[in-house]
Design a protein around this ligand. Structure first.
Ligand code: FES
Length: 136
């Protein structure tokens, strides 16, 4: 019986293997992009698809996918719902708007490769706060 990274039983190790294959175990950043194909409130669906396809292709070309340290996830909605496609990069909590392929290229170069939020396209920088210590 093997155990996963959190110490839980993982009889065949399938989840851990799958997570490892997509780079979860070496990730430094995670970019989530709104690509809502049902309500598409923040941008037209074809714009969202174009941005998602561009992001996937460029991360692969630059070696940032999988072992390259950047996770990418297409999400239904990031609940901002204006000025999209909306994207957020964690752990920095960098929120970006109007994420066209050109804007994503700038985010990739400045933030994912350069390590600094792309202030030209940022509308909010809000890292998640650590939990408060419980009262003693
Ligand atoms: S539809 Fe894109 S953030 Fe909600």
């Amino acid at each position: 019986m093997s155990r996963d990274g959190a110490g839980h039983e993982d009889p065949d190790g399938a989840a851990l293997k799958a997570a490892t294959a997509v780079g979860v175990t070496v990730a430094q950043r995670h970019l989530l992009l709104c690509c809502d194909q049902h309500k598409h409130k923040c941008a037209a669906p074809e714009k969202m698809q174009e941005s998602w396809a561009y992001l996937k292709r460029r991360l692969r070309e630059l070696g940032l996918s999988e072992a390259g340290g950047v996770l990418r996830t297409k999400v239904e909605c990031l609940r901002v719902c204006v000025d999209g496609p909306i994207a957020v990069v964690y752990p920095d909590g960098a929120w970006y708007r109007r994420c066209s392929p050109e804007v994503l290229e700038s985010i990739i170069r400045t933030h994912l490769l350069g390590g600094e939020p792309d202030h030209e396209h940022l509308f909010l920088l809000r890292p998640l706060a650590p939990p408060e210590a419980p009262p003693e």
